[in-house]
Ligand binder design. Structure first.
Ligand SMILES: Nc1ncnc2c1ncn2[C@@H]1O[C@H](COP(=O)(O)OP(=O)(O)OP(=O)(O)O)[C@@H](O)[C@H]1O
Length: 658
């Protein structure tokens, strides 16, 4: 018996050792795996974060073809980026005139350095424009990367942008306008049909059409462009559940909603479509508008470009609305903007000093120096009504408090009025779910913008998407914050015409330009050729009319003409298209050509992308080689939003009273 004891102990200790070794191995391998996973996560994170900044440009064949300038060279070409050589400023950088050592005149665009977006746009521009060669596309001569500085060098276009030519005193004659329309159509034909893969420009607008010495137009700015091979093109817009959109009832006045737009009764809003819908007669609660837009810092000017005092504006609002006046209206803020407005109006585009003053919050509204422009209040209305985070009851799960406010400040959104219940609502939600997917991210972006920016800036850099959501929840009720659409390099807000091109992170982008962006383009990157066609339609109207797509004067009467597209549709309805032609041309224009252009524009502006003509046909139509197909009439009731309607009825009642 005693002899068995040691054998047993020995067996036991062997067992213990084995267990111990097993535990050690397990722990060790677990730690090893854990470290491996951590390293992998870090590696992926690091490469994602640094990809856009560090990706070697030279690895792309296009960049090999382009000349790489040294920063020193460009400094000497532009005389140290001096004020005297300042040409203009856009959403992503500043453009200077320069002379290279060989005497060649160039335009040098110095991109805002501390924005990831600028970096991405820079690479996009080089990657796409660098590979293009056409007489209708501005030539990219080279680039410069120096530490954080990004510079792009283009051929110099002596007559600058169409925007400047159209909206300055030196108005363009009809023939030039028509040639420009033709040139832009050829540029798009080149991009859509002659490039392989096709290029979608994505931001066709007057400031991206540059004019050479003979006023021939070339298209520029490919920062937001897309090649058609990219994965997002796999998205079939038409595969979305369109029930209730295409076949469904229109949004009023016989208008059928655009593809990708929500069913009428949903609370989803389409920002682009909102522009057109902005003409609807939805009653707008001035108080709510004011509250929501408080902090926008938008100034107001009257027809002569003079300040309209805040109290006057308030009176106007209260006149049109029986609700309380806007208590939260930030008087100081608005006055400040107004004084800036006057500054910039006094010296619109010449010289950098005066321009610099414009590049504050108000630059978009005054970039052409037009003293009479005062579309802010109009735009405020629909921006305010569309961005409002509380307006979408389906937005997230946590909607109690939102709902409360939503109930209190309703009727900003036509959609809200037609709420359906229970099952129906569920079905509808399913119907536009896909569309919502396309759009919800940018709403989150807008919500994020409503938060404390300093905190936002810090955290966003680290955990972009996650933090976005967290912050959205955390700050959902912060309605005092400002709404901004694009940040410039100094992290001040810019209310730009480029509202849609605001990008907050490299993962998301809101692209295109307000008023030029097609309704089906829900702010994502689902660009198709027909998106360019839509923008081209708007561009034609702008060229023919010499007006901006949104052009509002303080006088309520003028609101009828505020929305160029719906005004054009109204004129088409009344058979008086020529009224749209720029008054400055007087009778000195080709009437059949003008009618052709406007009709073509209407064809391009059809809400269903597949109904818009393609660019080949457009060029033929403009050249007179093809008849313009009959355009199904899309009527959208024009502005007189509540202002016109009410002001008229008030005027009427006043006259009656008199
Ligand atoms: N190649 C060029 N030759 C002459 N002027 C130019 C050239 N490129 C740009 N400009 C001028 O510089 C201005 C700013 O151009 P930029 O492309 O930076 O901005 P944008 O197109 O006006 O706005 P965004 O970048 O927001 O679309 C233009 O309006 C134009 O007047």
């Amino acid at each position: 018996m005693p002899s068995r004891q040691p054998a047993f102990t020995h067996q036991q200790s062997t067992k213990h050792r084995a267990t111990f070794i097993f535990i050690i191995i397990t722990v060790f391998s677990s730690v090893l795996i854990l470290f491996g996973v951590i390293y992998l996560i870090y590696y992926v994170y690091y490469s994602l974060i640094h990809r856009s900044r560090t990706s070697p440009l030279n690895s792309c064949p296009v960049f090999l073809k382009l000349r790489r300038f040294t920063y020193k060279e460009l400094v000497s070409a532009t005389n140290g980026f001096s004020d005297d050589n300042f040409i203009g400023k856009g959403g992503s950088g500043t453009v200077y005139r320069g002379i290279l050592r060989n005497g060649k005149l160039v335009a040098v665009k110095l991109l805002d350095s501390d924005s990831l977006d600028a970096d991405r746009e820079f690479q996009n521009e080089l990657r796409i424009l660098g590979g293009l060669e056409s007489q209708f596309v501005v030539s990219l001569l080279g680039y410069c990367v120096d530490k954080r500085k990004r510079v792009v060098v283009y051929e110099y276009m002596p007559n600058r942008s169409l925007q400047e030519s159209l909206f300055s005193d030196r108005s363009l004659c009809w023939n030039r306008r028509f040639e420009i329309i033709l040139d832009v159509s050829r540029a798009l034909e080149f991009l859509h049909r002659e490039c392989d893969p096709p290029v979608i420009h994505g931001d066709v607008k007057p400031s991206n059409v540059l004019l050479d010495a003979e006023f021939r137009a070339k298209i520029s700015d490919f920062g937001l462009s897309r090649l058609k091979i990219e994965p997002e093109f796999g998205v079939d817009l038409f595969s979305q559940d369109l029930s209730g959109t295409v076949a469904g009832a229109g949004t009023g006045a016989g208008e059928s909603p655009a593809i990708g737009t929500p069913v009428e009764s949903s609370t989803e809003v389409d920002f682009a479509l909102a522009l057109q819908a902005s003409s609807s007669s939805t009653p707008i609660n001035s108080k709510v508008v004011c509250n929501r837009l408080k902090g926008l810092g938008l100034g107001f000017t009257d027809e002569k470009g003079k300040d309209v005092s805040v109290s006057h504006i308030q009176n106007e609002f209260t006149k049109y609305d029986n609700d309380d006046s806007c208590h939260n209206f930030d008087n100081n803020h608005v006055r400040e903007s107004n004084s800036n407005a006057n500054d910039s109006n006094s010296n619109p585009v010449d010289g950098r000093k005066s321009c610099k003053k414009q590049w504050g919050k108000d630059w978009w509204w005054k970039q052409d120096g037009s003293g009479e422009l005062s579309s802010k209040d109009y735009v405020q209305e629909w921006i305010g009504s569309q961005i409002c985070p509380t307006a979408n009851a389906e937005w997230d799960d946590d909607k109690n408090s939102e709902k409360r406010e939503f109930d209190q400040s309703p009727k900003l959104n036509t959609c809200n009025e037609n709420k359906t219940s229970g099952h129906e609502e569920h079905e509808e939600h399913r119907g536009w779910k896909q569309h919502r997917k396309m759009q919800e991210w940018w709403k989150e972006e807008h919500l994020d913008e409503l938060t404390n920016k300093r905190v936002e800036k810090k955290i966003k850099r680290r955990f972009k998407l996650k933090i976005f959501r967290w912050k959205r929840k955390a700050n959902r009720h912060d309605h005092k914050s400002e709404i901004s659409f694009r940040k410039n390099s100094k992290n001040t807000e810019m209310y730009s015409g480029d509202v849609f091109s605001r990008e907050l992170s490299s993962t998301t982008s809101m692209r295109g330009t307000l008023c030029y962006v097609a309704p089906e383009y829900g702010g994502c990157e689902y660009l198709i050729e027909k998106t360019d066609i839509y923008s081209f339609g708007v561009l034609i109207l702008v060229i023919v009319s010499g007006r901006r797509p949104l052009h509002v004067l303080a006088s309520p009467m003028k609101l009828e003409k505020a929305n160029l597209i719906s005004w054009c549709r109204q004129l088409a309805h009344g058979g008086d298209l020529l009224e749209l032609v720029d008054e400055r041309l007087k009778d000195d224009y080709n009437k059949p050509q003008a009618i052709l252009c406007v009709n073509l524009a209407l064809a391009c502006l059809q809400k269903m992308p597949e109904l818009r003509p393609d660019i080949g046909d457009i060029v033929k139509i403009l050249k007179g080689e093809m008849e313009l197909p009959v355009v199904p009439f899309e009527f959208s009731p024009s502005p007189p939003s509540k202002l016109v309607g009410r002001s008229r009825s008030r005027r009427k009642s006043r006259t009656n009273a008199d």
